[in-house]
Write a protein that binds this ligand. Structure first.
Ligand code: SER
Length: 321
């Protein structure tokens, strides 16, 4: 059967790269990008784009009627720091957006739905090191609470309503092709831009704040792998733990200094420190490895090299590391 794929929230950090990957696999015309507004990225000119506020159920229905997608990737959400600043909007967008998509999956017989969860589902009483799939989860951010509730909803819709919904608890995502927005892990993206421009980074987290992170090529691989796996391999229908690497700001600084020795970081923790402090240091992803063969390819050093080499031309520089 030929696939027709709708990506909701396609202009964000993950969506931009996912649309590119999906269009390579399924063809430009078969991947419908949609977001509340279109970004300038060239990928969105290569195939269909629809303006969609995911809280607008009628517009969603129109798009589903027109394109009849077989799969939907629902990525639209407010991330941790933004949702703390706008809690009502964070809750409404993150929850009602998901309900609209899950209900539409039933009404329009959508074959598969992808919805991202996050390490933000964990909280202060969660074991911080090698956090297991199942443990105490007491998220204390609006974003984390919405993702945890969303996980329960996804599992419920799978068990009770038969929706084939699949999900990953992403760590912080790091990439050079698209900009992040409103996340607590975003320093780990801007630090590379600063290394190539100002030569110094002002970090909003303290130097020893270790967080789980994932390089974008690995995030794309995981997302496509879980969506391509046979349904019976997906044993967890809330959301899978997923691990790539873990590091603190002082370690990523060191990794950059290996290639740019004069680079420095200053630490001025702000409100985001409390959010980071409530999240795990590292994640145990045994289930993802066992159920659908997950394995990351990048570590801090190989990611750093790749980020610097690929970002350098943006700033008129060439690096061969
Ligand atoms: N990267 C996200 C954030 O920092 C976590 O899922 O909000």
């Amino acid at each position: 059967m030929s696939e027709n794929i709708l990506v909701i929230g396609s202009c964000g950090q993950l969506g931009t790269e996912l649309v590119e990957s999906l269009r390579k696999i399924y063809g430009d015309a078969n991947v419908i990008a949609s977001d509340i507004r279109q970004s300038d990225d060239a990928i969105f000119k290569q195939g269909p784009f629809e303006t969609l506020d995911i809280l607008d159920k009628n517009k969603l229905s129109e798009i589903l009627t027109q394109y009849k997608p077989t799969q939907v990737y629902h990525l639209a959400a407010l991330l941790s720091a933004t949702a703390e600043a706008k809690p009502k909007l964070g809750w409404t967008l993150n929850m009602d957006g998901l309900f609209n998509v899950l209900d539409a999956a039933i009404d329009f017989k959508i074959g598969k739905v992808y919805w991202p969860s996050s390490i933000a589902v964990f909280g202060p009483n969660t074991p911080v090191n090698n956090t297991p799939q199942n443990c105490v989860m007491d998220p204390n951010t609006i974003y984390g609470i919405s993702k945890q509730a969303g996980e329960r909803y996804c599992e419920y819709y799978f068990q009770k309503r038969g929706v084939d919904v699949r999900s990953i608890r992403y760590p912080g995502l790091i990439g050079y092709k698209s900009a992040p927005g409103g996340g607590t892990t975003d320093y780990a993206v801007s630090i590379y831009h600063d290394a190539l421009t100002a030569g110094k980074h002002n970090c909003f987290l303290s130097e020893n704040t270790e967080l789980p992170m994932l390089y974008m090529p690995d995030a794309l691989k995981a997302t496509l792998d879980i969506m391509h796996a046979p349904a019976d391999k997906i044993k967890i229908r809330s959301s899978y733990n997923l691990s790539g690497m873990s590091f603190a700001p002082k370690e990523i600084t060191k990794a950059i200094q290996k290639y740019i020795p004069e680079f420095t970081t200053e630490y001025n923790p702000d409100k985001r420190q409390a959010i980071a402090d409530s999240w795990p240091n590292s994640i145990d992803d045994a289930e993802a490895r066992q159920d659908w063969g997950w394995q990351p390819s990048y570590n801090l050093d190989t990611m750093t090299k790749d980020m610097l080499v690929n970002l350098a031309p943006t700033y008129g520089k060439t690096l061969s590391l």
